[in-house]
Write a protein that binds this ligand. Structure first.
Ligand code: ADP
Ligand code: MG
Length: 389
């Protein structure tokens, strides 16, 4: 199953380009599903057809689904939230405020992505296109299982046993509700499921495309997303520059825009060097309906395969040579000074701005020490050496 995600700032045309790509794929004979995890669903509007929370066929071989994030949220999160609310209640937190405290921003969207597990298992689709929420923020939450890996493997089972043993005593003594076993089971299940989705989305069959309009503010955000997505191990395999004004027959007003957009487009090419930058013209009308969407996508991809498997090295790899072992992590658009590295047992902590990833080192490297680190050709390269001891 090939999975392509579309992300970008609000209003740039994510849903339109995602829907168009899906229409093009279905037209080429792929069994195609396009689903949106963005709470601001607009796939139904783009297709000009009613769409529900289950896959709905809008054209032969083309299915559309607007995942009910709220519902998924309630299902996956309910037990954990109930417990947190009970604890906060004892702590004297007003239940209405507590309700908000227990909602992690972006959690709904990430839980909507859990839907992808079922789709991968069903073997019903050749291509799944995902229309994501505005920023790449939420995909970062999928790194949670990785960050909690050590805790979940070593501490969590112990805590669970201790809580079980002490529960009768503690609940009575302190008046604090202790988590029931189903809370632990829910945490464990959620952890496993998120990890599965992360593995799927950072695997060789998945990639992310950034949609932007040629405007400085929009480009700045797309550049940040490129860095962040790479940091967390997702592969960006293309950029779509949407709403590009055609130069032909422009009056003064439009000619001004064409000039301004050209300038930004040159920066886009520079920022994403090595990636295809597809352009999509500003259409005289909103592209609505399967045919209009497919035509837009035909122009965008201009004969290239919209779901070609990404080539080149993945976002994360380890190479060995005479001088030692080098861990390579794609980290475009940053310099060494923007990156902070720390070693924490068998983990490498990589921080870029306000984003932090805990990379669990493969067993072979855990006993090595970091000899040097640099950022080159859009890659963080960390060289490891055998410890002297
Ligand atoms: N290339 C284009 N030409 C004309 N209108 C477009 C184009 N791309 C998108 N639109 C319109 O712009 C609006 C926002 O697009 P949409 O895909 O919903 O953005 P997003 O999903 O990023 O919020 C919609 O009304 C859509 O029909
Ligand atoms: Mg949208």
């Amino acid at each position: 199953m090939r999975v392509v995600l579309f992300t970008g700032k609000g209003g740039v045309g994510k849903s339109t380009v995602a829907a168009g790509t899906a229409a093009l794929c279905a037209g080429a004979g792929h069994r195609t599903l396009v689903l949106s995890t963005d709470a601001a669903h607009s796939l139904a509007d783009a297709f000009g057809a009613p769409v529900g929370p289950e896959p709905t066929e809008v054209a032969p071989g083309l299915f559309v689904q607007q995942v009910d994030a709220q519902l998924r949220f309630q299902q996956s999160w309910a037990e954990i939230q109930r417990y947190l609310l009970a604890v906060l209640d004892v702590a004297g937190v007003d239940p209405v405020a507590a309700e908000e405290l227990t909602v992690i921003p972006g959690a709904e969207e990430v839980l909507a992505l859990l839907e992808l597990r079922q789709h991968a298992r069903s073997e019903r689709w050749d291509v799944v296109i995902v229309d994501c929420a505005p920023t790449a923020e939420t995909l970062r939450l999928l790194a949670l299982p990785e960050a909690l890996g050590w805790y979940m493997q070593r501490v969590f089972p112990v805590e669970r046993r201790i809580v079980k043993a002490l529960k009768p005593v503690l609940s009575r003594a302190a008046g604090v509700p202790m988590p029931e076993d189903d809370v632990f089971a829910a945490v464990e299940r959620l952890h496993r499921e998120l990890d599965e989705v992360r593995a799927l989305l950072s695997g060789p069959g998945s990639s992310i495309r950034l949609v932007l309009t040629p405007e400085n503010v929009v480009l700045a955000e797309a550049r940040r997303s490129y860095t962040t997505l790479s940091l967390f191990g997702y592969r960006v395999d293309g950029v779509v520059a949407n709403r590009v004004f055609p130069a032909e027959g422009a009056d003064d007003w439009r000619a001004g825009w064409v000039l301004a957009q050209d300038e930004v487009l040159a920066q886009v090419a520079q920022s994403f060097a090595g990636l295809p930058v597809w352009t999509s013209l500003y259409r005289p009308a909103e592209p609505v309906g399967v045919d209009a969407l497919r035509r837009l996508a035909e122009d965008v991809y201009d004969g290239s395969d919209p779901v070609a498997l990404p080539t080149g090295p993945g976002p994360f790899r380890i190479t060995r040579s005479g001088s030692g072992t080098v861990l390579r992590l794609a980290l475009p658009l940053v310099s060494r000074a923007d990156v902070d590295l720390a070693r924490n047992g068998d983990e490498l902590v990589v921080t870029v701005g306000s984003y932090r990833r805990l990379l669990t080192l493969p067993a072979g490297l855990a006993r090595h020490r970091v000899a040097a680190a640099r950022v080159e050709d859009g890659e963080l390269r960390v060289r490891f050496e055998e410890s002297a001891s």
